[in-house]
Design a protein around this ligand. Structure first.
Ligand code: COA
Length: 178
């Protein structure tokens, strides 16, 4: 006799807000949960947030915001993706894939032709697996007091439309990085 059990598959929900406490619920209260503090950068908060809850606890997040940018001298916008986080106890189970994919589905409705993210070099293979491509050009980003710095992390992009091709040339964000 088979037992009738229903296992709820994890689903992504839109979060009305995403606070420091929410991030700590996912990644804990450690000093440098994204491993990027040594870059010494100031980051932008994201505007739109997607998350996965498990047993009442937030266990995964991805944030989005539109960013003004110049690519090869042409001014346009990209959707910046950031704050990708999965709770250590449930990493390696596809939750980053799930929440990033759902966020990108929404990003396709936002207008820009590409999404862009910054990551530590060890995460390049993971994002490649999710369909992202590393840029081989320097990327300039703004910092407080109008400083312009070369992004020390890797920059990766993915198209948001079938016909989108990343243009060649230098890349300059007209904002803090996200
Ligand atoms: C990075 C992080 C978000 C990954 O979350 P995760 O839930 O473990 O990732 P997933 O299980 O969804 O893996 C995504 C894909 O990458 C693959 N992958 C994971 N590590 C990989 C690696 N080192 N090389 C190649 N592929 C890798 C997985 O196999 C999976 O591919 P598949 O779906 O085709 O099997 C998580 O480790 C985390 O929160 N780290 C701390 C915060 C952080 O550094 N965030 C990144 C900010 S850019």
């Amino acid at each position: 006799m088979s037992e009738d059990r229903t296992f709820a598959a994890p689903t992504v929900v839109r979060l009305p807000r995403y606070t420091k406490a929410d991030q700590e619920e996912i990644l804990g209260t450690g000093d440098d949960p994204f491993g990027v503090d040594s870059a010494g950068l100031t980051w932008l908060p994201k505007d739109e947030h997607f998350g996965v809850r498990h047993g009442g606890r937030l266990v995964a997040h991805t944030g989005l915001l539109r960013l003004p940018i110049a690519i090869g001298g042409a001014e346009t916008e990209v959707v910046g993706v950031g704050g990708v986080a999965v709770a250590p106890s449930v990493q390696g189970q596809g939750l980053a894939r799930l929440v990033v994919t759902a966020a990108l589905e929404h990003a396709r409705t936002m207008g820009p032709r590409h999404a862009l993210l910054f990551c530590r070099p060890p995460l390049v293979p993971l994002y490649r697996r999710l369909g992202w491509h590393p840029l081989d050009t320097d990327v300039l980003v703004e910092q407080p007091e109008g400083r312009l710095v070369t992004m020390p992390l890797r920059t990766m992009v993915t198209p948001l439309r079938d016909d989108a091709r990343w243009p060649s040339g230098p890349v300059r964000l007209f904002s803090l990085p996200m």
